[in-house]
Write a protein that binds this ligand. Structure first.
Ligand code: FAD
Length: 491
């Protein structure tokens, strides 16, 4: 019997992972990608001797990448290597406090105690709560579809449902964090985890306080070849399994037959038949662009959900090395509430934004010329709803430089030798992410997990979805889980 054919729209990380999983299952797989390169948001570029990872920079849960190699019968280390970070991130506060978030929990709790006076036990109690939420939510919300009866018939789901009051879904992350810590710096420290999926800590349910457990317990890593090596190694694996990639091949339509069954795709007016179609394109655009003649089939309520925040990034080549900086650095705003009100209520940028600074040349020296550093300087900004970005960017650039000058005691503007900028409009146009949101829909309500699009279309047979705009959500680890859920479902 000939192999069944799967067509995947988009070579983002979830599209590539789905391709690998289906190829392992014996499917004939082809991936159609609009760009001339794979990876979507996870991409890289070079400028004047500096290499920049353009999108994600924090790598957690590497076991989900390794699993793809193991599944294909290969040794992950033959394709892809990474190292664990001793210091996950360095934090700078406006009151001159500097904190090292050590991977080792004892060392981390001691550091917190030394710098903020919070008892060591308070940190451990917090992380214990985070771990407890993970043990309840992991199987139900992350590793399975929320949209299959099968999920609710499993014993571990039933057990988790009985423990639901413990997941703290009815107060905000911020409220819960205030309950754990007296020191406002610690509340801000843990509030920040809401931004890991583009949400607002003053609105997102305290269930998201699960995120610190993932970072503290499983660790943060640096891929030896930089973040983009995640993509190059997975594409190499996919090629070795016979997956065919077509670049510069924008899909125009998902073709349905009269019984609303997906029967293939159209690329440049050319019909390509398939047994299953999987879209790794943002779900909003999948419906509005690829299924635009079938609006009666749109899941309207799901598509109306609020989008996650976006980002404004300045990629700067810097002609100096800063020994007080680490791979990941955070420069906190003095008023976090005001910052999030600007992003979520006013839909603009606060004049004292929290700055995330990633310097991959700290771990991969050839990412910058000698005595230089490659700065990925990012702030959280609202999704694109038509703001005057050119004017917002000019002001934000001045404010970022002013803040870094103040906290580093150096005039940064004199050290910038090259610059590129990415804003929500660019993220939207380069990766077809609706409104340039980084993580699909926001998690600003306790129902968000249930209102994220399922990994399968409810009204169209043989059409599946993977990637950050679908269940279980955005970020590399969850995108990889979406691929697992899709391939299990198809299988
Ligand atoms: P995407 O990356 O969204 O790619 C979709 C692909 O589909 C694109 O290549 C696009 O060109 C293609 N496509 C779309 N439409 C079509 C079509 N019609 N035909 C053909 N191809 C099409 N995550 C982390 O884990 N850690 C981080 O530190 C982190 N930081 C981030 C920082 C930034 C600036 C950004 C932008 C994202 C960040 N993320 C981070 C989020 C993470 O990058 C995403 O969640 C993840 O990469 C999304 O992958 P995806 O599979 O959904 O596909």
């Amino acid at each position: 019997m000939p192999a069944k054919k799967a067509l995947i729209i988009g070579a983002g990380i979830a599209g590539i992972a789905t391709a690998i999983r289906l190829a392992v299952k014996g499917y004939e797989v082809e991936v159609f990608e609009a760009n001339s390169y794979p990876g979507g948001k996870l991409s890289e570029f070079e400028q004047e001797g500096f290499r920049f990872d353009a999108g994600p920079s924090l790598f957690t849960m590497p076991q989900y990448v390794d699993e793809l190699f193991t599944l294909a019968g290969k040794n992950p280390a033959d394709f892809f290597r990474y190292q664990k970070l001793d210091v996950v991130c360095k934090y700078f506060y406006e009151d001159a406090t500097q904190l090292n978030a050590y991977a080792d929990t004892d060392k981390f709790a001691t550091e917190i105690h030394k710098k903020t006076g919070e008892p060591i036990d308070a940190v451990k109690k917090y992380l214990g709560n985070s771990s407890n939420i993970y043990s309840i939510t992991n199987h139900v919300f992350l590793e399975q579809s929320l949209h299959r009866l099968k999920t609710y018939l499993r014993w571990d789901t039933i057990k988790s449902i009985f423990r639901f009051p413990q997941i703290d879904a009815f107060r905000s992350m911020h409220k819960a964090n205030e309950g754990f810590f007296k020191d406002t710096r610690m509340v801000q420290f843990y509030d920040r985890y809401a931004t890991y999926n583009g949400s607002n800590p003053y609105a997102a349910p305290a269930t998201l306080n699960v995120i610190p457990h993932l970072e503290q317990h499983y660790g943060a890593y640096f891929p030896e070849g930089g973040m983009y090596s995640i993509i190059t190694s997975l594409v190499k694996l996919a090629n070795s399994l016979g997956v065919k990639f077509h670049y510069k091949s924008r899909v125009d339509e998902i073709a349905l037959n009269e019984r609303t069954i997906a029967k293939g795709i159209k690329v440049n007016n050319h019909f390509i038949p398939a047994d299953v179609v999987i879209s790794n394109m943002d779900v909003w655009f999948s419906y509005h662009k690829l299924l635009k003649n079938h609006s009666q089939l749109f899941p309207k309520k799901i598509l109306q959900q609020e989008r996650s925040s976006s980002a404004l990034i300045f990629y700067w080549g810097i002609k100096k090395q800063f020994h007080q900086l680490n791979l990941h650095n955070i420069f906190f705003s003095a008023d976090y509430k005001a910052e999030f009100d600007h992003i979520w209520k006013r839909q603009d940028i606060y004049d004292d934004p929290t700055i995330y600074l990633n310097i991959s040349s700290k771990y991969k020296a050839d990412d910058a010329p000698e005595d230089c550093e490659n700065w990925f300087t990012m702030i959280n900004v609202p999704a694109n709803t038509g703001q005057n970005w050119d004017s917002l960017i000019t002001i934000a650039r001045q404010n970022i430089i002013k803040k870094l000058n103040r906290l580093l005691g150096e005039d940064i503007s004199q050290l910038i030798v090259c610059e590129s900028i990415l804003d929500p409009r660019g993220i939207e146009s380069k990766t077809s992410s609706y409104q340039g949101s980084l993580y699909g829909t926001s998690s600003n309500s306790q129902f968000a997990a249930f209102l994220r699009h399922a990994n399968k279309a409810s009204q169209i047979k043989n059409l599946y979805f993977c990637g950050g705009s679908t269940h279980p959500g955005g970020g590399i680890p969850l995108c990889l889980l979406s691929a697992k859920i899709v391939s299990d479902w198809i299988g």
